[in-house]
Design a protein around this ligand. Structure first.
Ligand code: SF4
Length: 231
């Protein structure tokens, strides 16, 4: 793999992607999951079809906006599929005095552990797909040691002295209130961030599998989780 040939997108400025941090976003192509609700499926599944961005151009852009941009968010796709290359990649930005955040699906716990131990990441946002035993309903691939690796990542992040967030994209008919409660317990004392699924940017083959909850249902879930965990 070559991380530098798989830089598939760059947003110069975001005020929303990272709470309290003015950031640029880099998208890396490729992913080991095939989630039914993936909105970035071309980038995740067919990165070769998307032209790559030049790292030097991105660095020039960041250097020109020094003092305005505080951090770089590495999104995807799945950044951790690049293994050790991700470490060197993050270091490029840390050496420029920028904060770094990554999004991950949590499968490559060993990569997550390394970047946490090396203190080259300031925030990690991990997507939780389902409860252990039901992951394949969402990710649609069989991967070795799947549940153990996800649990390992959760535990690494719970211990890590960095900002962390756990997100669940809730799909009606796939996630029940009981599932959401179990996931909430799994990541406790951290709090799950519930996102309602949308089916407008997903692959046609999966559109029928995806039904959003109503806003009221999501609010009700949030309330029940709060009550159960005494937040
Ligand atoms: S982990 Fe993220 S990028 Fe990969 S398939 Fe799932 S939603 Fe898409």
């Amino acid at each position: 793999m070559n991380i530098l040939k798989n830089i598939k997108g760059f947003y110069e400025l975001s005020l929303m992607e990272w709470k309290g941090v003015v950031s640029s976003i880099i998208f890396l192509g490729g992913c080991n999951f095939r989630c039914i609700y993936c909105h970035n499926y071309d980038m995740a599944f067919n990165p070769k079809d998307i032209p790559s961005k030049d790292l030097d151009d991105i660095l020039n852009n960041l250097d020109n906006r020094k003092g305005w941009v505080d951090g770089v968010v590495i999104s995807g796709g799945e950044p951790t599929i690049y293994g050790e290359e991700l470490i060197d990649f993050l270091l490029i930005f840390k050496k420029r005095g920028l904060k770094t955040k990554i999004y991950t699906n949590g499968y490559n716990y060993d990569v997550i552990e390394k970047i946490v131990d090396k203190k080259i990441v300031d925030e990690i946002s991990m997507d939780i797909k389902h409860i252990p035993g039901k992951y394949e309903e969402i990710i649609k691939v069989k991967l070795p040691e799947l549940e153990d690796r996800i649990l390992a990542s959760i535990n690494i992040l719970k211990r890590a002295k960095i900002n962390k967030e756990f997100r669940l994209t809730a799909v009606k008919g796939v996630h029940s209130l009981e599932d959401i409660k179990k996931i909430s317990e799994l990541i406790s004392p951290e709090k799950i961030i519930l996102q309602n699924v949308t089916n407008d940017c997903v692959r046609d083959a999966y559109k029928e599998l995806i039904t959003p909850f109503t806003d009221e249902e999501i609010k009700c879930f949030e309330k029940k989780i709060e009550v159960d965990h005494g937040y």
